[in-house]
Design a protein around this ligand. Structure first.
Ligand code: PGA
Length: 233
């Protein structure tokens, strides 16, 4: 399986800023080898219409950062799987620690989101940490867990520049394996172009927040991930 490199823009970028980012990336395609890495972009919902055609043309994959735990219907403000149906979306992040912290999402809601996504043919990337792993496992039934991707995101590493050591990642990975079986396993938390290589030695990919916001930096990170020496910028 190709390494999955997911750029999560979170609630950043206007339409104009997104277009500028896409223009830089579109001019850098010759630097990337899509037989080695699968770049995935997770923009805000409002940017999907602009981002989707470009990402598809590049041969990258598209993700969303969240989805409603409810089906289509009278849920004002929510974005349901039906709203996403005709867009080329392969993955959805569920249970990101920022959703759990600021939006008070529960493990049960996160399990509902994962279930609806799977029914809609979208693969859930379930974000967990030391604090949420056990409760999240209990909220999932086993047929659900087998079809998810698990992303380990230690709280202290997110957006802080304090990336977790490889030892800690490996330790968490074996816990995940004992609970979820051999599902794809990602790491996220202050991943950048300097440390991405070491995480890819032991994981199936990485979630990248801050280092995905500047197009040039994300391209450098992707080049490192595919085993190349990026040009110094
Ligand atoms: P970060 O964010 O790369 O800025 O630490 C990672 C994440 O929240 O997935």
């Amino acid at each position: 399986m190709n390494k999955l490199i997911i750029g999560n823009w979170k609630a950043n970028k206007s339409l104009t800023q997104a277009q500028a980012w896409l223009a830089v990336v579109s001019n850098s395609v010759d630097k990337l080898d899509l037989t080695k890495v699968t770049p995935i972009l997770a923009p805000a919902f409002s940017l999907l219409g602009t981002v989707a055609p470009v990402i598809t043309k590049l041969g990258w994959r598209l993700a969303v950062q969240d989805v409603s735990p409810f089906p289509a219907g009278s849920y004002t403000g929510a974005v349901s799987v039906v709203n996403l149906q005709d867009l080329p979306i392969t993955y959805v992040l569920v249970g990101h620690s920022e959703r759990r912290q600021y939006f008070k999402e529960t493990p049960q809601e996160i399990a509902q989101k994962a279930e609806l996504a799977l029914e809609a043919g979208i693969t859930p990337i379930v974000c967990v940490s030391e604090q949420t792993l056990t409760a999240q496992v209990s909220a999932f039934n086993s047929s659900l867990t087998e079809r998810c991707i698990i992303a380990y995101e230690p709280l202290e590493a997110i957006g802080t520049g304090k990336n977790a050591s490889l030892e800690i990642v490996k330790e968490f990975q074996s816990k995940v394996k004992s609970l979820f079986g051999s599902v794809p396993f990602l790491y996220g938390g202050s991943v950048d172009e300097l440390n991405v290589g070491e995480y890819l030695l032991v994981t199936d990919g990485v979630l990248v927040g801050t280092a995905s916001l500047k197009a040039e930096q994300f391209i450098n990170l992707l080049q490192t991930a595919q085993g190349d020496q990026p040009a110094v910028t």
